[in-house]
Write a protein of this length. Structure first.
Length: 497
């Protein structure tokens, strides 16, 4: 697998004069903190460190904002918003009829770019400078334990933070590269929706973008080599997403690998290892990501990487070089913007203040923004030793019934002490409903803590509430509590109260 090069940006920055601040710090010869990589982790770290009064230099070779802003969360969610609107218009609900729905593909793709442009100022060099950090445009490389170069110019630091992220990989499959496949980094410069799209990969990117393109009108075939889609999620959740994709017209093929790609007129013919073939106008590869840790001079700085290329960090996000910390996708922790941001703050705080704050992995949420949305946190919810799982089907959640969106469920996993330790929610606003489970896991809350809190009616929060109530009821039904409740009731009867 080879990391994919970055594409040329399609959205201009609001700050066209993207130039570097001086590479020497205002006072002294060394920066308090040099940050390599201006994605979410680097930006949040820069703001945190500058807030402590440290002299901070953030080095970014492309544009501040990173994957989330330019090629990840923002464009994918903007595209999904359009796609879900189209689906809603096509099937507005019983008794409702919409006229013929048409999609202006180029306009939708322009709107995706507008969403990026609207958010971009938050991450711009000007905003970072206002927050107190200096910003340099260039490629950084370590040349020693306390020194980097920026496009060849030496820069010295007391502490450094590495946050260069990850890039999509393109597998070495015969003919694939010649087919000029797109990845999450290069798909956004298309100006028209492809008539036929082959999506390779059944993870979050494949499912989100596969559904988005299908709903907007492309004929999508999704090929995943794993036995099912969304392999990290509860199998019941993955089954609902698969069914939704099929209903959207996606030709879902799992447990099948791509063998080769050959030109087919102006299109591409993909041969699969089950003997079938797919003809497509565009190929989108979404089979995972590789840390951007090559060509950084890590060995010169004493920073170790693991066998997959992720930077080795301890529980405080410190690398093998005691002066260098790392945060974000390049560390191998769950690759999400919220993880990158939280870890950026933690690493910057540890580096600048000399603290030993520790990474907490107990409650890192994840949301796949397909329809239905899949949200999960904590341990798996398929059951396991010492776990009790309670499921509330959304056919029994009044809000879902009222919305006509009952294809979903809320599932909580409890440990032997009745503490919430895992959750999967599938359905509308699943990501929002998940926040309660995240807090419960983080705080070690028990079923009765959630059951005793009044939840507004009718909301999707009823799913979490009723799963907790079911767990409390089941506990009350066990022999000892049941006897205690009966004795208490009998005493009250006899005393006439
Ligand atoms: C299609 C897609 C959708 C996604 N959707 C979501 C979502 O909905 N929710 C969510 O939480 N996460 C989502 N993610 C994941 C999220 O985008 C990443 O986890 C997050 O952006 C990682 O941030 P980071 O700071 O670690 O790295 P990045 O954002 O990749 O930033 C690294 C920066 O370092 C720079 N850099 C690299 N090398 C050098 C060098 N030598 N010198 C100087 N600069 C350098 C790069 O140019 C880049 O700007 C999505 C990802 C993709 C691809
Ligand atoms: N909503 C979100 O938070 C969100 C959305 C998109 C991406 N992300 C982040 O980006 C990361 C990367 O996403 P991703 O979907 O590229 O990777 P992934 O590793 O999560 O999934 C890749 C999928 O491709 C399949 N695959 C691997 N090789 C294949 C091959 N040769 N042919 C066919 N299928 C193959 C795998 O079995 C797997 O199902 C995610 O893990 C996540 O951390 C998050």
């Amino acid at each position: 697998m080879t990391p994919e090069p970055r594409d040329v940006p399609t959205v201009p920055m609001t700050d066209p004069a993207w130039t570097s601040d001086p590479l020497t710090p205002p006072h002294g010869a060394e920066w308090d903190l040099v940050i390599v990589g201006g994605g979410t982790a680097g930006i949040v770290a820069a703001r945190t460190a500058a807030g402590f009064g440290a002299s901070v230099l953030l080095v970014e070779r492309d544009r501040p904002g990173g994957d989330c802003l330019w090629t990840g969360c923002v464009p994918s969610k903007a595209m999904l918003a359009a796609a879900h609107s189209v689906a809603g218009m096509r099937a507005p609900g019983p008794g409702l009829h919409a006229g013929h729905v048409t999609v202006d593909g180029p306009a939708v793709l322009r709107r995706v770019q507008e969403a990026i442009a609207a958010i971009e100022p938050d991450d711009s060099p000007a905003t970072l400078r206002r927050a107190g950090a200096a910003v340099a445009h260039g490629t950084a490389r370590f040349t020693g334990p306390r020194e980097i170069t920026v496009d060849g110019t030496p820069v010295r630091f007391r502490r450094a933070l590495l946050s260069t992220g990850a890039a999509p990989v393109v597998p070495d499959i015969p003919g694939l590269r010649a087919a000029d496949p797109r990845t999450s980094e290069t798909i956004w410069s298309i100006t028209e929706l492809p008539a036929r799209l082959l999506v390779v990969g059944g993870g979050p990117i494949g499912c989100e973008l596969g559904q988005a393109f299908a709903r907007l009108g492309s004929r999508v075939t999704l090929v995943g080599s794993a036995p099912r889609l969304l392999g990290r999620e509860d199998p019941d959740a993955a089954a609902l997403v698969t069914a939704a994709l099929v209903a959207d017209g996606v030709d879902v093929r799992t447990g099948v690998a791509l063998s080769s790609v050959v030109p087919d007129g102006g299109a591409h013919r993909a041969d699969l290892d089950d003997g079938t073939e797919v003809v497509a106008d565009l190929v989108l590869v979404a089979v995972g990501r590789h840390p951007r840790t090559t060509d950084l001079g890590l060995a010169e700085a004493g920073i170790a990487v693991d066998e997959r290329g992720f930077v080795r960090v301890d529980a405080h996000l410190r690398t093998g070089n005691p002066r260098v910390w790392a945060a974000g996708d390049l560390t191998g922790y769950p690759a999400f913007t919220h993880t990158a941001g939280v870890h950026g703050t933690l690493a910057a705080t540890n580096a600048v203040l000399g603290l030993r704050g520790t990474v907490d992995t107990t409650a890192i949420p994840r949301v796949t923004f397909t329809q239905p949305e899949v949200a999960a946190v904590g341990v798996g919810t398929s059951g396991g030793p010492g776990l009790t799982v309670r499921t509330v089907q959304h056919a029994h959640v009044d809000r879902a019934v009222a919305d006509g969106a009952t294809d979903g469920f809320t599932r909580l996993a409890f440990d032997r002490r009745n503490r919430v330790v895992g959750a999967t929610i599938v359905g509308p606003r699943a990501g929002e409903s998940l926040a309660e489970a995240v807090l419960a896991i983080r705080q070690g809350l028990r079923a009765r803590d959630i059951a005793s809190a009044t939840h507004a009616y009718p909301t999707y929060g009823d799913g979490v509430w009723n799963a907790a109530i079911a767990q409390v009821r089941a506990q009350l039904g066990r022999p000892v509590p049941r006897t205690a409740v009966r004795v208490l009731a009998a005493v009250r009867r006899r005393s006439g109260r």
